[in-house]
Design a binder for this molecule. Structure first.
Ligand SMILES: Nc1ncnc2c1ncn2[C@@H]1O[C@H](COP(=O)(O)OP(=O)(O)OP(=O)(O)O)[C@@H](O)[C@H]1O
Length: 294
């Protein structure tokens, strides 16, 4: 899959601001980013549902619409509508009948872990069950590329685990997958490669190993009477600092090292807390690490 210079603007909002993305066959890629980063808009353009203002998408050498018609792309989009009056089996069967070499409906239901829901009408499904039906619909054409927009939204922890297990079964056959998510853990668990999107741009693109190193990133907070921002910034492994009144919030790529240096330097520090970084801070840590390496 090859996307070149994708741009999409909604009024004043640059939803996607120059995305280039090349995904090789067999790769499993997580598209990670906070709310509003442009993940859905990107996925919608990759499946041909949204027309980019400029730029081009090719999937196995074809335009997205063409690739979908040939059953090469399976997509699971946010809030994809299900037919009210149809049963799960009927809906998945209907999509299968549109394709020339689909998998058996029963196989698609098994992969999605919903064999027992085959005769259930869509209005009687929970949010997590609906997501699994969307997954069955996405895989039934037996596509080479799966594009999934926040596939585990609305699933509980156990369902999420089952979902990623069946995804592994799918990818172990050499299929290509890209999924959008808010969760670093999902990216870590299921992807070979992680593409970070922020404000419509790719700000980092790396292996899961690079992402694992992010786990070392921590936010340290402490009350330090009389402190100034510059002296905190001078501590080792500090990526970012915010000082308000006497409260310092420190983003560190190695909190143990920062803390060891902080205590002798600021013996008056109290109420010290160390927590794992959120997604936004993780971007900063990653970007800072990349800067140090180059
Ligand atoms: N149809 C639309 N009309 C107007 N603005 C839109 C539309 N679709 C998306 N946007 C805006 O474009 C930006 C990117 O949105 P997008 O849904 O692609 O982000 P996202 O990363 O998928 O976010 P989320 O994780 O919340 O789903 C946001 O600021 C959003 O408000």
């Amino acid at each position: 899959m090859d996307a070149q210079s994708l741009y999409k603007t909604y009024g004043e909002v640059r939803a996607v601001d120059g995305v280039d993305l090349r995904i090789a066959p067999g790769e499993v890629v997580a598209l990670l980013g906070p709310n509003g980063a442009g993940k859905s808009t990107t996925v919608d353009m990759l499946v041909g549902l949204t027309k980019p203002d400029s730029g081009e998408v090719r999937v196995f050498g074809r335009r997205p619409y063409d690739a979908i018609q040939h059953g090469m792309i399976g997509a699971m989009l946010q809030e994809g509508a299900l037919l009210d009056d149809a049963t799960v089996e009927e809906m998945v069967g209907m999509v299968a009948s549109l394709h020339s070499a689909p998998m058996k409906v029963s196989d698609a239901l098994r992969r999605a872990g919903i064999e027992d829901l085959a005769r259930r009408r869509s209005t009687k499904l929970s949010g997590g069950q609906q997501q699994r039906v969307r997954f069955a619909i996405a895989v039934v054409s037996n596509p080479d590329l799966l594009l999934l927009d926040e596939p585990t939204a609305g699933m509980d922890v156990a369902t999420r685990r089952d979902f990623w297990a069946s995804m592994k079964e799918f990818t172990s056959t050499g299929k290509t997958v890209m999924f959008a998510t808010h969760y670093l853990e999902e990216a870590e668990e299921a992807a070979d490669r992680v593409v970070f999107l922020r404000r419509g741009r790719v700000v980092a693109d790396g292996s899961v190993e690079q992402i694992r190193s992010l786990a070392a990133g921590r936010t340290l907070t402490a009350t330090i009477p009389g402190v100034d921002e510059e002296s905190v910034r001078a501590l080792p492994c500090v990526v970012d600092v915010d000082v308000r009144m006497a409260k310092a919030t420190i983003l560190s790529s190695d909190s143990d090292t920062t803390l060891r240096a902080m205590l002798p330097r600021f013996p008056q520090a109290r109420d010290i807390e160390v927590v794992g970084v959120g997604l936004d801070e993780a971007f900063l840590v990653l970007t800072a690490q990349e800067g140090e390496e180059s």
